[in-house]
Write a protein that binds this ligand. Structure first.
Ligand SMILES: CC(=O)SCCNC(=O)CCNC(=O)[C@H](O)C(C)(C)COP(=O)(O)OP(=O)(O)OC[C@H]1O[C@@H](n2cnc3c(N)ncnc32)[C@H](O)[C@@H]1OP(=O)(O)O
Ligand SMILES: CC(C)C(=O)C(=O)O
Ligand SMILES: [Mg+2]
Length: 516
């Protein structure tokens, strides 16, 4: 058995990740991802499946042309034409690998391949030999190994290693295995494959039962020295083992897995964001490592602990994975310690114990009613004016938007400006733009719009939409939110909410703790 203290990180975001329905990537997008993965420090990146389409062939070739530090790989079935396509696409690569595979489970051999086990071994050996004609670095995968007979795996692995495969991959293709079982399978097969010392053993786990990372780590503990994984856990069906979780588990639990990787962990969050923006697959807020809440604390007891000693509730630092900082989120679960700390950050004197106690009671009451507590809310609270609506300078009283094909939309807006009714109208590039322009004709705020974001709170075409608008003026940034079933009305509300906050007395600048 080949032993090493290095764990090879094989990224397959651009191949298995791209097999997520709806996640397809263009050639140029793969080049951007490839460069990012190289910066991240992956050892191998699988750039695609060259035979799959002309576009994927060109994408593999383009990635192979620009990436220099990482090995670039293409997948190929155990067919000559697949291997020839992979070899041709990888031709410009500084370091290349051909990854060939064939299924080894009884169900796949019988129903899908319609082949006898002997034929499968023969075809696998021929494929590895063919791949070795083009490339020294050849990987062989036994598809559906998780449901294959271990004796058969030993037999086929012995044959393909003898044929020249340097990496042997054991995939749990359908995410069926449990960690102890998968670790045992990998350990057993490695121990019983006669020439296993001539290959690196690898695993490739799917997440159908949410166990892809756990299964991969169980295999590493049994001697696997390559893990195949993807950014954000993207991949066929429920996805693959997530790269960020594997890498950070190795790092945080070095006491149990003393292996090195080449990964620069500070590049994890940027890589996650790039993949999410290219694929359009949002990262769920509670996703480990890269989710927006992964380093956010809302519970008072936790906030108090973190303020006293960060490691009480953090097993790794946000900065280590590429966030700018952890976050304290003020909400109904927060306690006095976090409330006071935020007031101090804002340069607001918490006052004597009585004033502070009263402000904290008002804060809790507001947090019960309001989803997001902004810094402006805190100022209003402490100044005894927590009724944000009562303090509004501008209130929407009427809105009429007309859109017609071929013409610019027109918005007529009526506002109550401190008790006085004011009307205006404007044309815009779209209905929302027209509304914002009509409001600005009245407000004359001089604000610059920095962000416009729409979220569906419920599903369906009748869903409630929540709009966020961020405005900036003279270095001061405020957020406004508005919700309505009519997205144009929600946008007007959000814009006015932001404007009303901008009109309030200015806060001292403070470090924005909202990540990168
Ligand atoms: C577990 C995995 O993730 S495997 C990778 C999965 N990814 C993909 O399939 C994406 C890219 N695939 C494609 O573009 C197409 O499926 C292609 C180009 C590979 C093949 O297309 P087609 O020739 O039209 O075949 P089709 O997809 O319908 O069927 C697959 C064929 O490959 C055979 N096959 C499947 N795996 C292998 C293998 N590893 N080695 C040899 N043959 C295989 C199947 O038995 C079937 O053969 P048959 O047509 O003689 O029954
Ligand atoms: C091609 C192989 C490695 C695969 O993606 C799988 O078995 O899941
Ligand atoms: Mg897979």
């Amino acid at each position: 058995m080949m032993t090493t203290n290095n764990l090879v990180i094989f990224d397959t975001t651009m191949r298995d990740g791209e097999q997520s329905p709806g996640a397809s990537m263009s050639r140029d997008e793969k080049v951007r991802i490839g460069k990012t993965l190289e910066r991240l420090g992956v050892d191998v990146m699988e750039a695609g499946f060259a035979i799959a389409s002309k576009g994927d062939f060109e994408a593999v070739r383009a990635v192979a042309s620009v990436v220099k530090e990482s090995t670039v790989c293409s997948l190929a079935r155990a067919h000559d034409k697949d291997i020839e396509a992979a070899a041709e696409a990888l031709e410009p690569a500084a370091r290349k690998r051909i990854h060939t595979f064939i299924a080894t489970s009884p169900i796949h051999m019988k129903y899908k391949l319609k082949m006898e086990p002997d034929q499968v071994v023969e075809q696998a050996v021929a494929a590895v030999k063919k791949a070795r004609q083009y490339c020294d670095d050849v990987e062989f995968s036994a598809e559906d190994a998780g449901r294959s007979d271990p004796d058969f795996l030993c037999r086929i692995f012995e044959a393909v290693i003898a044929a020249g495969a340097g990496t042997i991959n054991i995939p749990d293709t359908v995410g069926y295995a449990l960690p102890h079982e998968f670790g045992a399978l990998v350990g057993d097969v490695m121990a019983r494959t006669a020439n296993s010392d001539r290959a690196i053993f690898s695993v490739h786990c799917h997440n159908d039962l949410g166990l892809a990372v756990a299964n991969s780590l169980a295999a590493v503990q049994q001697g696997a020295r390559q893990v195949e994984c993807t950014i954000n856990g993207l991949g066929e069906r429920a996805g693959n083992a997530s790269l960020e979780e594997i890498v950070m588990a190795m790092r945080v639990r070095k006491d149990l897995m003393a292996l090195d990787t080449r990964i620069d962990t500070t590049q994890i969050v940027p890589a996650s964001r790039l993949v999410s923006s290219i694929t359009g697959f949002a990262v769920q807020p509670n996703k480990a490592i890269v989710g927006a809440n992964a380093f956010a604390h809302e519970a008072g007891i936790h906030q108090d602990g973190v303020l006293k000693h960060r490691e009480t509730y953090e097993i790794m630092a946000a900065e280590d994975v590429g966030w700018s900082a952890n976050r304290m989120v003020l909400g109904k679960h927060s306690g006095r310690a976090a409330f006071k700390s935020r007031l101090e950050e804002l340069g607001i004197e918490p006052g004597d114990d009585n004033d502070f106690g009263d402000a904290f009671v008002r804060f809790k009451a507001l947090a019960d009613k309001k989803h997001d507590i902004f810094d402006e809310d805190l100022v209003a609270l402490v100044s005894g004016n927590e009724s944000m609506d009562g303090a509004a300078m501008f209130t929407l009283t009427n809105l009429n938007v007309t859109s017609q094909l071929g013409t610019n939309p027109n918005a007529a807006v009526s506002l109550d400006v401190q008790g006085e009714g004011v009307d205006s109208s404007a044309q815009g590039d779209g209905p929302v733009d027209a509304v914002f322009k009509a409001i600005e004709k009245i407000a004359q705020s001089g604000c610059e719009q920095k962000l416009y974001n729409v979220n569906a709170i419920t599903s369906g075409t009748e869903s409630q939409g929540e709009v966020t608008v961020r405005l900036e003026r003279a270095g001061r940034i405020v957020n406004g939110v508005g919700a309505d079933t009519d997205i144009v009305v929600a946008s007007a509300k959000a814009y006015l909410h932001a404007l009303n906050q901008m009109m309030r007395p200015q806060l001292r600048q403070h470090p924005q703790a909202s990540g990168v």
